[in-house]
Design a protein around this ligand. Structure first.
Ligand SMILES: *Cc1c(COP(=O)(O)O)cnc(C)c1O
Length: 394
């Protein structure tokens, strides 16, 4: 009788695709963690980047490369890499470019987790972080001062959708010898390409609009080749790399990004103008809204207003609660953004819950603020739902 030990699973080496055979329409998902190498010499050449190919998934893999190549093209980046989350892209910059006594200048309007990483986590390694309002340009330039290592801002900030004057901030960062990192998540490369405005590095939370279907956690980091070599090493060494299946899904989402964003921005702009006229609405934020705070900067930096709208309701928390309950079936309360369908968030109890009301007011919102992430439904559909929500606040 054949014994269990005699049945040894044989490894069948997958056959190479015949170069002359028709190629598949879509890139296959490569789940392999490791590749066959012909010789140690070849493995070395591949790992050194002299010969094309793959050795180990944490180093690089075809689905990550395919996604990164598309995003590099959209951003005009020489180098770019997918990371395991948006936060992993930010972590790579801190871990790869800074050391004890390095000085970060971060905008007070950054995504909450980004500020915590830059301030609290980085301090544990002796990195200093100064926080200042990137919309008070003179104050922000003073905070950058004469010497800094890293400056971090967001193109469009959450939740009041203020715009960073990227060319001016880049100039201040560079004269202080700092690298400027721009988190472009709310704008996407469809409406802003920060590298064209002087940024050294751009990051995206691919989990949001770029994937667009709320089923992926990924990030992207891109910039010049010169920083890329070092950052590639950091991403691999600290295990900040991306999973292939998520890259496959995100590449699929990315294929319709321009269509989704144009449609959403068109509705968002109409909605912002309409919302401004409604009873019970104190104030509306939308980039490139005529008469808006940053209109002039937005004209220079953005090629569209994006898909996010903030509505500040008159009745505070009570109005916000009633609004959210009334629209829940049409517009889900989902504290993220960038979905194909319209969703809403309540910053005071989600993204900005660690602040008190007076700190929130300083940033231009309060517990009556509703942040909308506009999707691809018809404008009328979105407006009708919001109209019903506003009626319930009265
Ligand atoms: C979500 C988000 C991040 C973090 O990205 P993850 O993919 O959740 O890690 C960073 N910046 C902004 C502006 C975000 O919205």
């Amino acid at each position: 009788m054949v014994q269990p030990d005699d049945i040894c699973p044989r490894h069948d080496r997958p056959r190479d695709v015949d170069a002359k055979a028709p190629t598949p329409m879509v890139q296959p998902i490569h789940t392999a963690s490791v590749w066959h190498c012909d010789s140690p010499e070849q493995a070395n050449r591949i790992l050194d980047g002299i010969e094309p190919g793959y050795v180990y998934q944490r180093e690089r893999h075809p689905n990550g490369d395919a996604l990164a190549a598309k995003l590099c093209e959209l951003h005009g980046a020489e180098w770019g890499e997918a990371t395991g989350a948006g936060m992993a892209a930010l972590a790579a910059v801190v871990l790869g470019l800074l050391q004890t006594d390095s000085r970060i200048v971060a905008s007070s309007r950054l995504y909450g987790a980004s500020l915590t990483l830059l301030r609290r986590e980085s301090q544990r390694f002796g990195v200093r972080c100064e926080v200042a309002d990137s919309c008070d340009l003179d104050g922000f330039e003073r905070a950058i001062g004469e010497e800094a290592s890293l400056v971090v801002v967001e193109t469009i900030s959450n939740p009041t959708l203020r715009i960073a004057d990227l060319p001016r901030i880049a100039e201040a960062a560079h004269s202080a010898g700092a690298v400027l990192l721009v988190d472009n998540t709310f704008a996407t490369p469809i409406f802003c390409r920060p590298l064209e405005h002087g940024a050294d590095l751009v990051m995206e939370s691919v989990s949001k609009m770029i994937n667009g279907h709320s089923d992926v956690m990924l990030g992207f980091l891109g910039g010049a080749d010169q920083l890329g070599k070092r950052l590639h090493e950091t991403i691999s060494l600290w295990g900040l790399n991306s999973p292939p299946f998520d890259c496959y899904l995100a590449a699929r989402g990315l294929a319709t990004l321009h269509l989704r964003m144009q449609r959403a921005a068109e509705s968002a702009e109409k909605l912002a103008a309409w919302l401004r006229e409604q009873a019970g609405v104190k104030h509306v934020d939308y980039p490139r809204l005529p008469g808006g705070t940053d209109f002039e900067i937005a004209e220079r930096v953005l090629s569209g207003g994006g898909s996010m709208v903030a509505a500040h309701l008159d009745g505070g928390r009570d109005a916000a609660d009633r609004f959210i309950a009334a629209v829940r079936e049409q517009i889900p309360f989902a504290p993220s953004l960038g979905e194909v369908c319209t969703t809403l968030s309540h910053p005071a109890t989600t993204s900005h819950r660690s602040m008190n009301e007076s700190e929130r007011r300083q940033l231009g919102f309060d517990s009556g603020t509703i942040r909308l992430s506009i999707g691809v439904e018809s404008f009328e559909c979105i407006r009708d739902a919001i109209q019903a929500g506003l009626a319930s606040c009265r």
